[in-house]
Design a protein around this ligand. Structure first.
Ligand code: NAP
Length: 277
């Protein structure tokens, strides 16, 4: 039987960790599967859709997460809510999923970080959107802290409209004040090569019980290091990146993995990233 084929599509796609992570997940699950990356520009997407339909499944990254939707037969519930797809399963129907939300929730769960109470999300871009929706679905009290109050309010209004009874407010990062059960960094502040910066002041950080930083390069940002030094539980974005890929394999094959194997893969992915970039 020929090997099943999978891919990640995006533009540009040069720096993706997906082939490394997904190849390991196929090996761990003892599933056959060839996994490649395909650079597809926005102009090419329509022309290359028949090629994508030949695959058993694929992942989608920027800029195609919304543009792929008209080419699919069906969206699962979360992809429908988010209006965004990062995983497609091809079969009798072509179904789109978004695995980032479950990747985020698994990263918190496996680190023993509760997702409840007062949550502050720093930033209001693509990743923040995922975290704010999930916090609203989990009935948290949400604060969006951003450098633009207008953009934060647009996100807060969108989520309030779609998720009934959302408790949400916004502020400027510079005005952040209060005690929080969880701080989520959804900005690139602290990312390689600007590794010494933090998105919030040390004083604001000291008032947060737990921390999640979406950044996955470096494995431990200064924010994570300082949170741990304060005695907080803290986890970085590599855990989410790997777990959202695990969820894709559960969708494609129903594969199950041990926490130990995934922890090892998170570590190996960080080593691979340091080697590559
Ligand atoms: P994005 O859509 O560009 O949003 C970035 C957000 O950060 C925007 O709200 C932006 O504010 C804000 N920001 C940028 N520079 C800032 C600064 N110096 N001070 C304060 N705010 C600043 O990016 P994204 O896709 O959400 O990604 C954000 C981070 O999450 C990146 O580090 C990315 O690698 C990471 N990420 C991780 C995963 C994972 O699986 N771990 C998944 C997705 C993203 P403005 O809107 O005002 O510009």
């Amino acid at each position: 039987m020929p090997k099943r084929k999978f891919a990640v599509i995006g533009h540009p796609i040069g720096h993706t960790m997906s082939p490394f992570i997904h190849k390991r997940l196929f090996e761990l699950a003892k599933e056959d599967g060839e996994y490649i990356k395909a650079d597809i520009s926005p102009d090419e997407l329509k022309l290359r859709i028949s090629e994508l339909n030949e695959l058993s499944g694929y992942n989608i990254t920027i800029p195609h997460k919304q543009a792929i939707i008209p080419f699919l037969d069906k969206l699962d519930k979360k992809a429908e809510l988010y209006g965004s797809v990062n995983t497609v399963r091809n079969g009798s129907v072509r179904e789109g999923f978004t695995t980032d939300p479950d990747g985020f929730l698994k990263a918190l769960e496996t680190s023993g970080i509760p997702f409840s109470g007062d949550i502050v999300i720093i930033g209001c871009g693509g990743a923040a959107r995922t975290f704010v929706y999930e916090a609203a679905l989990a009935k948290c009290n949400i604060t969006i802290a951003a450098r633009s109050r207008d953009k934060a309010d647009i996100l807060a209004d969108e989520v309030s409209l779609k998720v009934p009874d959302t408790r949400i407010k916004s502020c400027l990062i510079s005005e952040l004040d209060g005690d929080f059960d969880l701080l989520v960094n959804a900005t690139p502040v602290g990312m390689y090569p600007n590794k010494d910066s933090m998105p919030v002041s040390e004083k604001a950080l000291s008032r947060c019980k737990n921390v999640f930083d979406a950044i996955y390069n470096p494995l431990e940002t200064v924010l994570i290091q300082k949170a741990k030094a304060n005695g907080s539980k803290a986890v970085g974005g590599m855990s989410m990146l790997v777990w959202q890929a695990v969820v894709a394999h559960q969708i494609w094959d129903g594969s199950q993995y041990s926490i130990g194997d995934i922890d090892q893969l998170i570590w190996d992915s960080a080593v691979e990233m340091r080697r590559k970039f």
